[in-house]
Design a protein around this ligand. Structure first.
Ligand code: FES
Length: 56
């Protein structure tokens, strides 16, 4: 599912970043570009990241 429409970032990509070693929203954002355009996805993207980090 797309989390960020502007940058075409999916929840799968966010989880992949976390399994590749990202441990913060900052790192996920830098790696994917998620939430770097309109910013509307930031809240949901952060919660996906938090969940993935928690599960990691
Ligand atoms: Fe993510 Fe616009 S939907 S920056």
């Amino acid at each position: 599912m797309y989390v960020c429409v502007c940058k075409g970032v999916t929840d799968h990509q966010i989880r992949q970043q976390v399994s590749d070693g990202a441990r913060s929203w900052q790192e996920v954002r830098e790696a994917t570009g998620c939430a770097t355009q309109c910013g509307k996805c930031a809240c949901f993207a952060k919660s996906v990241t938090r969940e993935a980090v928690h599960e990691a």
